[in-house]
Design a binder for this molecule. Sequence first.
Ligand SMILES: C[S@@+](CC[C@H](N)C(=O)[O-])C[C@H]1O[C@@H](n2cnc3c(N)ncnc32)[C@H](O)[C@@H]1O
Length: 251
Amino acid sequence: MPEHTGGDGWTILHGDCLRLMRQMQDGVFDAVITDPPYASGGSTPAEKTRSTNQKYSSMSSDKALPDFAGDQMDQRSWTNFMTDWLNEAYRLCKPGAPICLFIDWRQLPSMTDALQRSGWIWRGIAVWDKVTCRPQKGRFRQQAEFILWGSKEGMPLQRNVGCLPGVFRYSNPANAGRIHVTEKSLPLMRDIVQICEPGGRILDPFAGAGTTILAAVREGYEAVGIEKTAVYYKLGSDRVRFALAAGEKTK
Ligand SMILES: C[S@@+](CC[C@H](N)C(=O)[O-])C[C@H]1O[C@@H](n2cnc3c(N)ncnc32)[C@H](O)[C@@H]1O
């Protein structure tokens, strides 16, 4: 058994998601909801290989959060890696399971390729409006990220899930409160997990600060996360444990 931690209805495993997913049984998850490393953050290879802090954070270097793994891949390696883990995720899911993948504008085309190449049915793109972001003179703001979504095989309309929005408007967590460089908003993730049938088991192979895991448990789901970067495995696990113990509803 790999290093892991957890509590009532949740587990976070420490390690490489591809290696760990290969050890799991077929058809054990009802949804995959995740925010993988984008390997983005620049127009040139040199810009993209900067540290995750340099690429994604506006914090001063004395307050910088730890960097995370998997974000400096070249384009072809990244697309192949996305396809590989998406293949495994497909095997691990039950027929009809939904999948939601966070992605930015640069990697959206490659991610749609990887999703379909690994057998998933691509069903659409929801928009996360981040509300605030850096203004750019003479340019459009990069104010949105995207939630690419689909399903394993057909997605019956009689699933016990209501109508969900196509646009989500939530600010990024404030620098002062966040523990991960690219942490997602907890209220946003509480909305997104609702694509899964009530009480289902959700997989997040790139758990980071555990936001999906915390959101899922708060919404009555079971959740399994995987995190490779040791410091985030520890920080995310502690965050989920303390938040659930405190009965915390929002961050
Ligand atoms: C974009 S972050 C996820 C942030 C998360 N949604 C949150 O709210 O904190 C992606 C995470 O995936 C992890 N990661 C990268 N490659 C991985 C791999 N091969 N297996 C497991 N985790 C990986 C990184 O360490 C990073 O913490």
